[in-house]
Ligand binder design. Structure first.
Ligand SMILES: *[C@@H]1O[C@H](CO)[C@@H](O)[C@H](O)[C@H]1NC(C)=O
Ligand SMILES: *[C@@H]1O[C@H](CO)[C@@H](O)[C@H](O)[C@H]1NC(C)=O
Ligand SMILES: *[C@@H]1O[C@H](CO)[C@@H](O)[C@H](O)[C@H]1NC(C)=O
Length: 375
């Protein structure tokens, strides 16, 4: 007995140590009643106070410079500031406010307003992810996602945000503080969404190529008053209260890039992966909407069309599907099977920044920061 107890204690210490790098994301409330210019002050201040500018915003700036050399960014600063004025809704005011907070903290000379604008335009184009939507036999809907990114250090900007109005949560999201769009979000008792990049097929250079193409697309779109995917998703979470209306909007709206949108609702079979082209859903398979059915209890997408093969050098889909297929309708759960499958080797990788688990009906939204790089 003693030996078993000692072993159990040893095992639990061991498990604690090996998983110590994964931590719950810090949580903040962003009041939409507050002026756009000050809503982000608390979370921006937290990130800089906790990690230092160098280990938070500087990581992202380095990434900007890896795509666009610093002198070039300086040259296009006036263009970026013009674009900022064209951003839809309050996005431009929020970005200005974030820059003001950074300036108040003494780092205004390290990052210009134009650079912060560029970050908001380029963030979403190297997002390699895995999204799963599933329903169990009790009719509970689960939505999980990993967000993988090629910038190291995004962990130090990741936060879970409650967007509130009159003290009530309107929607929630996992945010990279400094970026005002949402790539993962949920409307409690409504619906949830996660975006996965739809990769072009130049695998060797996919990241850099997609980033640059994405940036150009975003610049052009912003120049004509269009919104980035992140801003579009945030606005849709704010305006649409249920799954069916959300899906209609996510199918229809003109987007600036092809993407996969994984959506979950609150009712039976309200789960789907939408495969989007810029103008409409991709019609080559089931009109672009791949829904749950009575026989298919989950849908899963990484960065490739589900009706096509995945490339050998980026096969996260098979391990994720193999993992999910171990579970039947009865044994599916959010913190069990979904989290486990998002933590399977390859699905969870060095690029994974966070895992978010969502259940809109039960108002569950939990983001875990993953630190596979850190021993
Ligand atoms: C994140 O912050 C921690 C604590 O300040 C720091 O040790 C680590 O290097 C940072 N990560 C990156 C990639 O900057
Ligand atoms: C990727 O880009 C590098 C540098 O631009 C180039 O040398 C290499 O040939 C490219 N690889 C492929 C497979 O296109
Ligand atoms: C979804 O929301 C729209 C608009 O808010 C409403 O008209 C519609 O009846 C709702 N549909 C369902 C199924 O609740």
């Amino acid at each position: 007995m003693k030996i078993t107890a000692a072993l159990t204690a040893f095992t639990s210490i061991f498990i604690t140590l090996t998983s110590a790098a994964d931590v719950a994301a810090p949580k903040f409330s962003v009041s939409l009643d507050e002026p756009a210019s000050s809503r982000w002050a608390e979370s921006v201040t937290f990130m800089i106070d906790t990690y230092g500018f160098e280990h938070s915003f500087q990581n992202v700036l380095n990434y900007v410079y890896s795509l666009l050399p610093e002198p070039l960014v300086e040259k296009i600063e006036p263009l970026l500031l013009d674009l900022l004025r064209e951003f839809p809704g309050e996005a431009g005011e929020e970005i200005k406010g974030i820059h003001q907070t950074i300036t108040d903290l003494g780092y205004g000379d390290q990052i210009s307003l134009g650079e912060l604008t560029a970050i908001n335009l380029m963030y979403e184009f190297t997002v390699f992810c895995t999204s799963i939507v599933a329903e169990n036999s009790a009719g509970e809907l689960f939505h999980g996602r990993n967000l993988d990114y090629s910038i190291s250090g995004l962990q130090n900007l990741t936060a879970q945000i409650d967007f509130t109005r009159s003290g009530e949560t309107v929607y929630k999201g996992t945010e990279f503080v400094g970026y005002v769009g949402l790539l993962t979000g949920m409307r409690p008792n409504g619906w949830s969404v996660s975006v996965d990049q739809r990769a072009t097929y130049d695998f060797a250079n996919a990241t850099k190529k997609d980033s640059l193409e994405g940036l150009v697309e975003n610049l052009l779109s912003a120049a004509t008053g269009g919104s980035t995917i992140g801003m579009f998703l945030r606005n849709t979470l704010e305006s649409e209260t249920n799954f069916s209306n959300a899906v209609t909007k996510l199918k229809k709206e003109k987007l600036i890039a092809p993407v996969y949108l994984t959506v979950a609702g609150t009712n039976h079979l309200e789960g789907a992966v939408i495969t989007r082209n810029r103008l409409r859903p991709d019609q080559s398979h089931r009109e672009g909407v791949w829904s749950l059915t009575e026989d298919d209890h989950f849908r899963l997408v990484t960065n490739y069309d589900h009706w096509d093969d995945v490339p050998e050098d980026d096969n996260r889909r098979d391990p994720a599907n193999d993992c999910m297929n171990q579970y039947d309708f009865d044994s599916l759960s959010l913190t069990g099977s979904i989290y486990e499958c998002l933590s399977t080797a390859l699905v969870l990788n060095k690029g994974t920044v966070y895992t978010t688990l969502m259940n809109p009906k039960e108002d569950i939204f939990e983001t875990t920061i993953r630190n596979q790089n850190t021993p």
